[in-house]
Design a protein around this ligand. Sequence first.
Ligand SMILES: [Zn+2]
Length: 99
Amino acid sequence: MLAASGSLQAEGTELGVARKAMTVLYWMRPVQRQVGGRWADTGGSVQTKFHVSVDGAVTACRYDIPPGATVVAVTPDWHERATCYNCVYRLWRDCVVSA
Ligand SMILES: [Zn+2]
């Protein structure tokens, strides 16, 4: 998703340091609605963004991954799958810094 056409060359170079498989996953979270000053489940649920995790327990943006989360892929191309900006930003920076 970061790979905008036209900048593939430059990004390809940078990817050399980010070639580590990460887990891309999402989960369903209940939709809540305020009723009479309290939050109540509507019974519906909504899919989260595609987050990235290094260890499978916590996402890069610091969410605890709930049981039953759906793994989209475990891939070095995680940056092309993830839709959580915070995950990508943190991992991308870490990869570059630790290289
Ligand atoms: Zn995230």
